[in-house]
Design a protein around this ligand. Structure first.
Ligand code: FAD
Length: 372
């Protein structure tokens, strides 16, 4: 019998598995297509400061805690797995094109400062000195020097390798239902009929976590899919030195550069259920806004377009910890920050699984906040 079976092998399930193995637990991860859903589509920005939103101060602190863990997390992961994760800590530049956009950036700067986060305001010329490909019309910007990025595809490949190296079991099969005995989760039944028994079950199946069979309604997480389309481009020569996020007449777009020349342009945010169709309008909007900020993007090679489903929650924050069903823990609802939040989630869930106690940093995100 395992100590833990994890339903879902995206970045959240895998980070939880790796950290739990490090605590000496026996772990199985069940997923028909590990690391192929939102975690494969994501841009990989690690930008809690740049993405700060009114009303999400608690989430900011979780994001900062996770961002601060990133350098040590990837260093250890790269050593265990022997794989590069594409981690970069070269900052994020937010830029504005017109006076309304600039006013919004000013508000964001004041909000950041009110929370004790120092912000560096730049003129348009200073922005172009940092990023020479920016349009001459860029009016000004805000630099978040510690907001970086990681390549989620490399990160999850490294996590998969690390899980296997530490003796975790990966079952490439869908979980058909959670098994219960005497009102407690005791394992899962796979699609093919096999049973994996475990002392504790972790539900980390992204937006699909909302309808796993065998779980009483009150214990299922209130998550929903939020579609995002992302374009991938490639540059043969250096194009950007860091992440650039932009407000283009009120609508936001970002570009994330990788060391190998890839540039990820994202992302739309659409309430379309489980639809993952790529649309002409979505691609057009992304490229239109990206071109306003960086006219040279139209010269780059177009390599990929893809849509993924963020696991959205009612307050945009994750659900971490015990559910209403004893033995079933939740690690989902990370919405637009699951890659950022992977280190702190993995660590917190492993601590909870190993000791029964949730670390302070993750306590505000208990699923109990949604239970009547
Ligand atoms: P997923 O990666 O979706 O994994 C869930 C897994 O569960 C899947 O592998 C699926 O196969 C499996 N599963 C489902 N049902 C079952 C079942 N019954 N049995 C077994 N397995 C099952 N985050 C950031 O931090 N920075 C970003 O820049 C960023 N950009 C994004 C851009 C886009 C367009 C999108 C869509 C997301 C972005 N995100 C970003 C958000 C991030 O991708 C998610 O928060 C994160 O990937 C969630 O991870 P997860 O493991 O919960 O979900």
């Amino acid at each position: 019998m395992d100590d833990v079976v994890i339903i879902g092998g995206g970045v959240i399930g895998l980070a939880t598995a790796w950290r739990s193995l490090g605590r000496g637990l026996r772990v199985t991860v069940a997923d028909p297509e590990p690391a192929a859903k939102a975690s494969y589509v994501a841009a990989g920005m690690l930008t809690p400061v740049s993405e700060l939103t009114y009303g999400e101060e608690a989430l900011l602190h979780l994001g900062l805690a996770s961002r601060d863990r990133y350098p040590a997390f990837v260093a250890e992961l790269e050593e265990v797995s022997g794989r590069d994760t594409g981690f970069r800590d070269d900052g994020t530049l937010q830029v504005a094109l017109d006076s309304d956009d600039l006013a919004l950036l000013g508000e964001l700067r004041r909000f950041q400062e009110s929370l004790g986060i120092p912000a560096e305001t730049l003129t348009g010329r200073e922005c172009r000195r940092l990023e020479p490909m920016l349009a001459p019309s860029v009016r000004g910007g805000l630099l978040a020097p510690a907001d970086g990025s990681v390549d989620p595809r490399r990160l999850t490949a490294a996590l998969l390798a690390a899980v296997e190296r530490l003796g975790g079991t990966l079952v490439r099969e869908r979980v058909a239902e959670v098994l219960t005995e005497d009102g407690r989760a005791v394992g899962v039944r796979l699609d093919g009929g096999d049973v994996v028994r475990a002392h504790q079950v972790v539900l980390a199946a992204g937006p699909w976590s909302q309808d796993v069979k065998g779980v009483p309604d009150g214990a299922l997480p209130p998550v929903r899919p939020v579609k995002g389309q992302v374009v991938r481009l490639r540059s043969a020569t250096p194009f950007l030195g860091r992440c650039v996020r932009g407000l283009v007449r009120g609508s936001s777009v970002y570009l994330v550069p990788r060391a190998d020349g890839e540039i990820v342009v994202g992302a739309t945010q659409e309430e379309m259920g489980f639809d993952t169709t790529v649309t002409a309008g979505g691609v057009w909007e992304l490229l239109r806004d990206a071109r306003e900020l960086l006219p040279g993007v139209t010269e780059l090679e177009f390599t990929e377009v893809r849509a993924g489903l963020r696991p959205g929650s009612p307050d945009n924050a994750p659900l971490l910890g015990a559910s209403a069903l004893p033995g079933l823990l939740l690690a989902t609802g990370h919405f637009r920050g699951g890659v950022l939040l992977a280190p702190v989630t993995g660590e917190a869930m492993a601590e909870l699984l190993a000791t029964g106690s949730m670390p302070e940093v993750a306590r505000p995100f208990s699923p109990a906040r949604f239970q009547e």
